[in-house]
Design a protein around this ligand. Structure first.
Ligand SMILES: Cc1cc2nc3c(=O)[nH]c(=O)nc-3n(C[C@H](O)[C@H](O)[C@H](O)COP(=O)(O)OP(=O)(O)OC[C@H]3O[C@@H](n4cnc5c(N)ncnc54)[C@H](O)[C@@H]3O)c2cc1C
Ligand SMILES: NC(=O)c1ccc[n+]([C@@H]2O[C@H](COP(=O)([O-])OP(=O)(O)OC[C@H]3O[C@@H](n4cnc5c(N)ncnc54)[C@H](OP(=O)(O)O)[C@@H]3O)[C@@H](O)[C@H]2O)c1
Length: 277
């Protein structure tokens, strides 16, 4: 099975308030498609970027997986996939999202307040997990925008620190104000000073602490390796890429040209990806 998958967007469904909304489970029993959740709080980082924390009776998940969140909007249930930001052992559940211009769901999610109800898919989905990533010395986690969240969930578990000698987290954003979750990243730096490096990219303004530009260009010109103090090669490196599909595509091409391969279950390689749209 390919580890990079197409957009599993949840189609807009007719909401039947009194209907039992179920799916057939793999053992044939009916499992709920949606369970009710309750908002704990929302955090507004910028005009566009928000985190939503909520409780819901979801099934256990692996760090790197996503759930689906839905609201009933007029007579439709509108659901979309969101990566968990919390580690599997942590509660409340948390997602980090960007308000998309004219986006049907995100423009409603930002209006939620503590105590409001939302629908959550109880079954986790996705293969963007460390169990799919082969052994290596160095783990490179490359994110754009809100895809930072999926890596925070993974980094809050023990597994990456036990498996990799060095871990590089890259967060690429347009503007410095979008470099959120600094407290968690600083905590990871304090806890793993020799093992962990965080490399911010800011593409649409000049700031002295970040690389200015795009990830693929900075791999091609060697500046990412220089900043990380590590070389990129098929023997030592594993890459996880998540977020903007253009970044995933362009970075994959650059890494392929450097001798790395896509990671597939039948044919393990070094590049594991997840696209957000
Ligand atoms: C596996 C998976 C996991 C995802 N996890 C997250 C997540 O953790 N956080 C998150 O914000 N989104 C995530 N998404 C995207 C999310 O599902 C929605 O598409 C998004 O929140 C917009 O919803 P919408 O209904 O407002 O607009 P939509 O109609 O769904 O989207 C409209 C357009 O907005 C743009 N867009 C969508 N998502 C993003 C994004 N994250 N950043 C920048 N532009 C975007 C695309 O151009 C898209 O075509 C994920 C998608 C997938 C497939
Ligand atoms: N971020 C905002 O302030 C803002 C404001 C209004 C609306 N939006 C909307 O939000 C969505 C975008 O959100 P976003 O800012 O989180 O994400 P984004 O457009 O995915 O940008 C995040 C980072 O990814 C980079 N990138 C884009 N394409 C790339 C590619 N092919 N290869 C490598 N890097 C690439 C961007 O660089 P570049 O800067 O070079 O593209 C930027 O540094 C859009 O729908 C947009 O209309 C965002």
């Amino acid at each position: 099975m390919a580890l990079y998958h197409t957009n599993p967007r949840v189609d807009i469904q007719r909401a039947h308030p009194n209907a039992i909304d179920t799916l057939s489970g793999y053992r044939g029993e009916h499992v709920a498609r949606w369970v009710e959740g309750q908002v704990i709080n929302t955090q507004r980082w910028t005009d566009q970027l928000y985190s939503l924390r909520f409780d819901a009776p979801v099934e256990p998940f692996s760090a790197g997986q996503f759930t689906k969140v839905a609201l009933d909007i007029e007579s439709d249930r509108v659901g979309r996939p969101y990566s968990y930001v919390n580690a599997p052992s942590e509660r409340p559940l948390e997602i980090y999202f960007i308000r998309v211009p004219n986006g049907p769901l995100t423009n409603r999610l930002i209006e939620l307040q503590a105590g409001d109800k939302l629908w959550v898919s109880p079954q986790p989905s996705g293969f963007f997990t460390l169990s799919e990533v082969p052994a290596a010395e160095h783990l490179w986690m490359l994110s754009t925008g809100t895809a930072l969240g999926v890596f925070l969930s993974i980094l809050k578990t023990d597994e990456p620190w036990q498996r990799f000698e060095k871990i590089v987290l890259v967060h690429a954003v347009r503007k410095a104000e979008e470099l959120n979750y600094a407290a968690i990243i600083e905590r990871l730096q304090r806890e793993h000073p020799e093992q962990f490096s965080f490399i911010p990219f800011v593409s649409r303004e000049q700031v002295d602490f970040a690389l200015c530009g795009r990830i693929p260009a900075m791999i091609e010109n060697g500046r990412l390796e220089e900043r990380a103090g590590l070389s990129i090669n098929a023997d030592q490196s594993q890459f996880m890429l998540c977020g903007n599909p253009g970044m995933v595509k362009d970075t994959t091409e650059v890494l392929l040209s450097r001798g790395l391969q896509r990671n597939r279950r039948r044919e393990p390689g070094q590049i594991t990806t997840e696209k957000y749209w």
